[in-house]
Design a protein around this ligand. Structure first.
Ligand code: NAP
Length: 293
């Protein structure tokens, strides 16, 4: 059954940089949204706007029949689905479970199997587009799972994103996200090195960005994150520690499939170095600082 505000109440677990904007869009679209996150205080504004707080993921699963998760790491995904107060212990038959966290393809497959045992469907639906895409409701959403579950959940995805595609069975969304992260790994390193070069050459970085951002080098990493580098704005849109997690998953999967990605390994080593210098909580554009000395 296609999801609408009349037929389904929505659960949303994990209300950080991405989740809070995404849940906000669902509320504005008319959905009743049941929420749980690790730190309740950070959800006060959503509660004030009408989101219904629950003390556990199981509480959310008891109240909603579509449940979206947007937590940090695969271990967090494990905890909210399989933990003692997890979703799978309380889920109602016929529910659709949607993990939008960037996580492991194999974990997405495990969730799909466990969901099927409970008479439910699961989709892995990681996103791209950053904090800006989440705020503006323009995310690219890459989905793995059955066509029936995808069709049913499509109206929800359309509230949060603009480009939405089913890429294959459970795990295919996460694999697609890894393709995305491999592109970004090389790209952001290139942007940081290029702007460091521009700085050393005495150029005005804003003027450089205005012109090359409209040429063949243009894109989110250069135009949005390159500008944040030039502005000296290193606040997190996408945390360095999450990017390190993603590159680790991509390398693990690549090695399992026989791929050996030198560029990705270089990017990971650079970001690990930046994290050791205290950059783990910065946004990924912070890698620019790594080239300062
Ligand atoms: P974030 O700000 O750290 O948000 C994660 C949220 O989940 C936080 O509110 C956190 O609680 C909560 N959480 C973590 N573990 C939990 C658990 N076990 N139980 C309940 N709640 C839990 O990170 P984000 O930037 O929104 O990213 C979320 C996911 O999307 C990550 O996997 C990231 O890699 C991916 N992603 C991020 C971006 C981006 O640009 N930011 C883009 C695409 C994909 P606390 O508030 O207590 O920390």
């Amino acid at each position: 059954m296609t999801v609408t505000p009349q037929t389904h109440q929505v659960g949303f677990i994990g209300l950080g940089i991405m989740g809070r904007s995404m849940a906000g869009h669902l509320m504005k679209a008319g959905y009743t949204v049941h929420i749980y996150s690790r730190t309740r205080a950070k959800c006060a504004d959503l509660e004030a706007e009408g989101a219904v707080w629950h003390d556990t993921p199981a509480g959310v699963a008891g109240a909603a029949t579509v449940i979206i998760t947007m937590v940090g790491y695969p271990k967090d995904v494990e905890e909210v689905y399989f933990g003692p107060d997890g979703i799978l212990g309380a889920v109602q038959p016929g529910s659709i479970l949607i993990d939008m966290t960037t996580s492991q393809p194999a974990l997405a497959q495990r969730i799909a199997e466990a969901a099927a045992e409970k008479g439910c469907e699961a989709l892995d639906a990681p996103v791209s587009g950053g904090d800006v895409g989440a705020r503006e409701g323009t995310l690219a959403i890459m989905v793995g799972g059955s066509p029936q579950a995808f069709d049913a959940a499509l109206p929800l995805f359309q509230v949060m994103g603009k480009t939405i595609a089913l890429l294959g069975p459970a795990g295919a969304g996460q694999h697609t996200k890894m393709v995305n992260q491999i592109v970004i790994a090389g790209t952001i390193l290139g942007v940081a090195e290029a702007l460091n070069y521009g700085q050393r050459a005495g150029l005005d970085l804003h003027k450089v960005l205005d012109v090359i951002g409209k040429g063949a080098a243009g894109g989110f990493q250069l135009n949005v994150l390159g500008k944040r580098m030039a502005d000296g704005d290193f606040a997190p849109g996408f945390f360095v520690h999450h990017f390190i997690k993603d590159m680790g998953i991509a390398l693990e999967e690549a090695e399992r499939m026989g791929g050996n990605y030198r560029g990705l390994k270089t990017a990971l080593a650079q970001f690990q170095g930046f994290a050791e210098e205290g950059g783990a909580e910065a946004g990924t554009q912070g890698i620019f600082k790594h080239y300062a000395s």
